[in-house]
Write a new protein. Structure first.
Length: 246
């Protein structure tokens, strides 16, 4: 039995399209919901992935860990995910999917498909090499995945990941602050709740804590009211995107 581990991002969505085109084969796709995905990801699942799977007879399952979800788990333990250590993928995705498969398909021989693409070979070495990596085998990189999705008439999803993921770039944190301030506030609360705060912070690649990033952004927005916009400024880019949507 072949199972796609669906993250609902670019790579795994491209694999859904390839499945519909008969170029990749698997029996079902499983999305492990940590409860902490960004709102755009949940919306994409509801408005794009579910209808697409239904149209093309792709068996889609959504599973969750029993009991508390990821954010609550971190809050109660007073810890945060870091770029060095994080339990989200293992405890709230891999183990949840494995438990579901064992419970429902105990007698089946399971092969997992992972959405690593060409250029991500180093990630394969750090993960379960017993899995299949169709995109790498087919020589498809991330831009190729985007083309596959676009040519199928589907919108390109955002990069999948929790709204408090430390692997986000500064631009992603700024986008969450701009578009989902309530989620950013929850991330800031989680960060401050950590027993090693302010030594350990969530916006690792921004080199600022959530509070520092929020305050710096508030000051920058105040300055942007009278300063000319710069095409190289991530904050200006976000402002321009929001104006285009209006």
């Amino acid at each position: 039995m072949r199972v796609l581990s669906l993250g609902a991002g670019v790579n795994s969505t491209a694999l859904l399209v390839l499945k519909a085109q008969g170029k990749v084969d698997f029996d079902l796709a499983i999305f492990a919901d940590t409860g902490g995905e960004q709102p755009e990801t949940y919306q994409y699942i509801e408005t794009v992935i579910k209808p697409f799977c239904q149209k093309h007879n792709i068996d889609l399952r959504i599973v969750r860990r029993d009991g508390k979800l990821l954010y609550q788990d971190y809050m109660e333990k007073k810890i945060i995910p870091t770029t060095v250590w994080r339990s989200c993928s293992d405890h709230f995705k891999i183990r949840v999917i494995r438990k579901y498969l064992i419970h429902n398909y105990a007698k089946e021989s399971i092969v997992t498909l992972i959405g690593f693409c060409k250029g991500e070979e180093d990630r394969v070495k750090k993960n379960d090499c017993g899995s299949i990596m169709p995109l790498i085998d087919m020589g498809i990189d991330r831009e190729g995945c985007k083309r596959i999705i676009a040519e199928a008439g589907l919108p390109i999803p955002i990069k999948s990941g929790c709204f408090f993921c430390p692997f986000q770039e500064a631009k992603s944190w700024l986008s969450i602050l701009k578009n989902h301030p309530d989620y950013f506030a929850k991330a800031e609360a989680l960060e401050k709740n950590g027993k090693r705060y302010p030594e350990l912070i969530l916006p690792f690649y921004a080199h600022l804590s959530c509070e520092q990033l929020r305050k710096a952004t508030e000051e920058q927005r105040s300055m942007l009211r009278w300063m000319p916009k710069s095409p190289s400024c991530p904050m200006c880019e976000i402002e321009d995107n929001e104006e285009a949507k209006a």
